[in-house]
Design a protein around this ligand. Structure first.
Ligand code: EPZ
Length: 416
């Protein structure tokens, strides 16, 4: 099985270019379905979730070609409107194909999506929002059948700014008749990137980056060439690695504008961080100072960096708190960190963490994507060797975590 070996206690120094964003690339790939021709996406990360999405698109009749990091999707002919069970269950993002298929074909069959086990992750908001656009959605033997012969703009309000539900509305509304007004929308940078792509394809979108989006549909979404932005969560992981080990690093294509809350917190913890356009420079010496962090929808502190911050706090001077407000079951990594000597007490949605001067190497298990990457960072700051099992979770979202950390001087490799 897939495992990573880490030798800890080395300070880091180096430079690297951050991969393209998983959570931006996947909905952009879904958007390619709206155009009856070829879409080109550049800086696409070569990760399992992208391969999985390519497989699903190919099963529907699209032709996908990923060379280096340039992905060409020819959606000239969509021959199947069923998302295959295996692909659909393998990742959460398959659900955004529902909005895209309704936009393109007015009909779709999808399974309840899979993805990381970090909470119950229902899709009620997606379904309610798409029915407001005219879709009739029925469950038939565990499969959702959505039909929308008249897909039409409407007013929709999301009770929570769900990233996926916002993306589903955008994808369907961009190809619907009339205008959709979406309030309570997610403001994540990946949502904004999708808006920009849909605009370039011919939809009219107002309110980019705000919680009120106005989407005017187009009946003929056009061909586009788009760049996937740098992955802010991978950037946050690499910055955390430097904070955990001490040292310095230069990160290019690092989306600093989307990490204000994270950078602010890291500075409070003692990191020295400079921003030059899309380049971030970080220096860290000594142990991080304890802080208290509460996750929240963007522009709040990203839940996807909560696990790696748990590692930083486990190494910090003092006691701090982490409150998880987005996913109810995202503290599974704490159990693994206990094996490495971390002092973490979980009560409901809050973790109380008392920092220790160091962690110790251990055999640990990646429980989910971001938690797995956090364990790699913990291993870098631990005495001795850490072996992380079940790393297939990590490969879903990190193109080459070991290679990235090696370019910063870390001793880490995939087990043969
Ligand atoms: C996206 O997930 C990301 N995934 C997640 O990243 C990220 O953690 C999350 O947004 C929050 O930022 C992708 O973009 C592919 P949500 P998504 O809908 O869209 C509840 C990673 O590691 N909810 O904003 O699934 C839900 O249960 C992943 O890269 C409902 O109750 O997140 C959760 O508690 C993990 N009903 C909250 O809303 C719904 O219909 C936020 O979920 C939809 C969501």
């Amino acid at each position: 099985m897939s495992a990573i070996l880490v030798q800890g206690y080395h300070s880091l120094k180096g430079e690297l270019k951050i991969q393209g964003s998983k959570n931006a690339a996947l909905p952009m790939m879904a958007a390619a379905l709206l155009h009856k021709g070829t879409t080109v996406l550049r800086h696409v990360p070569r990760i399992q979730d992208v391969y999985c999405m390519m497989g699903i698109l190919e099963s529907m009749g699209c032709v996908c070609d990923l060379r280096d990091h340039v992905l060409t999707i020819d959606a000239g002919e969509v021959t199947d409107i069923r998302i295959p069970k295996e692909g659909g269950k393998a990742m959460r993002s398959s659900i955004v194909l529902l909005g895209a298929l309704l936009g393109r074909c007015r009909e779709a069959f999808v399974h309840y999506p899979g993805g990381c086990s970090i909470g119950s992750r229902p899709i009620d908001m997606h379904l309610e929002a798409l029915s407001r656009l005219g879709a009739e959605i029925r469950e038939e033997e565990g499969v959702l059948h959505a039909l929308a012969p008249r897909l039409e703009g409407n007013h929709i309000h999301l009770p929570f700014p769900s990233v996926g539900a916002t993306e589903n509305v955008l994808l369907a509304a961009a190809a619907a008749r009339g205008t959709t007004v979406l309030t309570g929308a997610a403001r994540e940078p990946e949502v904004e990137e999708l808006c920009r792509m849909l605009e370039a394809m011919g939809a009219g979108i107002r309110g980019l980056g705000t919680s009120r989006l106005e989407i005017r549909g187009t009946d003929n979404p056009g061909s586009v060439v788009r760049d996937v932005p740098g992955d802010r969560i991978v950037t946050g992981t690499c910055l955390s690695a430097v904070m955990a080990c001490g040292g310095e690093a230069v990160l290019r294509r690092s989306s600093p504008g989307h990490l204000e809350c994270v950078i602010g917190t890291m500075k409070k913890m003692g990191a020295r961080i400079k921003v030059r356009e899309d380049v971030l420079e970080i220096r860290m010496s000594g142990r991080p100072k304890a802080v208290s962090v509460e996750t929240g929808p963007y522009p709040g502190f990203p839940t996807d960096l909560q696990s790696v911050f748990m590692v930083l706090m486990a190494l910090s001077e003092g006691t701090g708190y982490l409150k998880e407000t987005v996913f109810e079951a995202r503290f599974a990594t704490a159990k693994e960190l206990h094996k490495m000597g971390a002092a973490i007490i979980i009560e409901g949605d809050e973790a109380c963490i008392t920092g220790r001067p160091g962690l110790r190497g251990a055999q640990v298990q990646a429980r989910d994507l971001r938690g797995g990457a956090a364990l790699a960072v913990a291993g870098l700051a631990a005495e001795g060797e850490t072996r992380i099992t079940d790393c297939h979770h990590i490969f879903r979202g990190y193109e080459d975590l070991c290679g990235d950390l090696q370019s910063l001087g870390a001793v880490i490799r995939r087990e043969k």
